[in-house]
Design a protein around this ligand. Structure first.
Ligand SMILES: Nc1ncnc2c1ncn2[C@@H]1O[C@H](COP(=O)(O)OP(=O)(O)OP(=O)(O)O)[C@@H](O)[C@H]1O
Ligand SMILES: [Mg+2]
Length: 431
């Protein structure tokens, strides 16, 4: 029995042609299905390919991102390192560096700059992150720097206690687009430098004056020599009061000559012209010359020339200069009355082959004496307790003794007197 179907309630029995066309339709349907299936397969294949390509790309992008991240981190670290390196340099710079923004306020300031500005009372800290510049200082900086001059400018700052000098040089700062954003300043405290410069100028002036004084001393020495010579001629020819006055002129001139010679010896290195010199002869000569004034001043002179060996290698003019300095000092220490003792003795020194000997010279006075606190300073140049003294006498004496390979000692008691002892070696050094 063929399969029946119901149409509109009526029983429908298909014919053979109907069955054939039904089969055909089914096969078309299957073909279409197959085709659709194939299309689906190929679409899903291409989707799969696209997906895997997308996956690869996503993977590559992730890797690139990671690399970029690493690079970014590295550059961030490098930037931080560079920043701390620069901050370190800025903090340790031995000069002050600070930046003023466009409004003239401090936007950056290294410790040295704040120290310099603080010491000069040019900043106040307030509640701000950066110190505040005093209006006076800001005016100076804007007038000197922003006025176009980039040279170093000196700024005098008067403090409560003293005047300080700051120096600043500057450079303009611009942003990436080139617009001005402020100024970079380098600041230094040059107060000490200025003081040294002043001192240098003073030393220059003094040394020029010193040179002039030495020339003058040379010029003075010649006429002094003539005055001394003529006054000694007068001493021989005159008598009574006139003789004494001429005597005073002679001694006064010699005293002046000693002072002038001290200056010359101090200014120029002493170079002795050695020859055999009899020290006793020199002592006699000087005392013979000074005797009249000693008598006038009632100074009692004792001479104790006990040295057996009194001929030494020395420069006679320098030895005279040395003795005159010591005797004039002794006389000035005894303004009225007193006693001056000049003595020599030989000091035997046991030697290996033949005994050597030194010559000792003592000049002793009973004058005012030297207080202990002054004793260690009397050989310093320019040390004097006299109103019109130069303080060069003993310094020159010391140099002369040294040039003769000798040594000098002093002992003194206030109000009792002073003794200078000089010992000349048996073999003075030749220049
Ligand atoms: N015999 C002395 N008695 C007391 N004081 C002395 C004696 N000799 C030196 N002095 C002290 O030592 C100081 C330095 O002496 P020095 O001869 O160097 O210079 P001065 O005598 O002061 O100056 P100038 O020699 O130019 O006259 C003296 O001012 C004085 O105070
Ligand atoms: Mg003197």
């Amino acid at each position: 029995m063929p399969e029946t179907d119901t149409l509109d309630g009526k029983t429908f029995v298909p014919s053979i042609s109907q069955s054939l066309s039904q089969e055909k339709a089914e096969s078309v349907e299957t073909g279409l299905l197959l085709q659709a299936f194939q299309m689906f397969t190929s679409a899903s294949n291409s989707l799969e390919t696209a997906f895997s390509q997308l996956q690869i790309r996503a993977q590559r992008l992730t890797e690139e991102l990671e690399a970029k991240n690493i690079e970014l981190e590295k550059s961030l670290r490098e930037k931080e390192e560079a920043q701390s390196y620069l901050r370190n340099i800025l903090e340790r710079l031995p000069c002050g560096v600070f930046v003023l923004d466009a409004k003239g306020e401090i936007s950056l300031c290294n410790p040295m700059a704040s120290e310099v500005l603080e010491q000069s009372h040019c900043i106040s800290s307030g509640n701000h992150s950066q110190p505040l510049l005093s209006s006076e200082m800001r005016d100076y900086l804007t007038a000197s720097g922003l006025g176009g001059n980039k040279e170093e400018v000196e700024i005098p700052v008067v403090n409560v206690d003293k005047k300080r000098f700051l120096s600043t040089s500057w450079a303009p700062l611009a942003d990436a687009a080139g617009s001005p954003i402020g100024t970079l300043h380098i600041i230094r405290d040059i107060t000490e430098v200025k003081a040294l410069q002043e001192q240098g100028k003073r030393i220059e002036r003094l040394s020029a004056m010193g040179e002039m004084a030495v020339e003058l001393a040379h010029e003075i020495r010649n006429p002094l020599g003539s005055i001394e010579l003529f006054s000694s001629l007068l001493v021989e020819d005159l008598s009574g009061n006139l003789k004494q006055w001429a005597e005073n002129i002679r001694i006064g001139t010699r005293s002046l000559n000693t002072i002038v010679s001290n200056m010359l010896h101090f200014a120029n290195p002493i170079s002795p012209a050695f020859s055999w010199v009899d020290i006793h002869e020199i002592i006699e000569e000087i005392l013979g010359f000074l005797n009249p004034i000693m008598k006038q001043r009632e100074v009692n002179v004792n001479v104790k020339l006990n040295a057996q060996n009194h001929v030494i290698l020395a420069d006679p003019e320098l030895i005279k200069q040395m003795m005159l300095n010591l005797i004039f000092n002794a006389m000035k220490a005894m303004p009225a009355q007193g006693s001056l003792t000049i003595g020599t003795r030989t000091i035997e020194k046991p030697g290996e082959l033949r005994p050597a000997c030194d010559l000792e010279l003592k000049i002793q006075d009973t004058g005012v004496g030297i207080p202990p606190e002054n004793l260690k300073r009397i050989f310093d140049p320019f040390f004097t307790t006299k109103r019109n003294g130069t303080g060069l006498g003993l310094s020159v004496v010391h140099q002369i003794v040294e040039k003769h390979s000798g040594y000098i000692r002093v002992s003194s008691k206030v109000d009792q007197g002073t003794t200078f002892t000089i010992v000349f070696g048996s073999r003075p050094e030749k220049e």
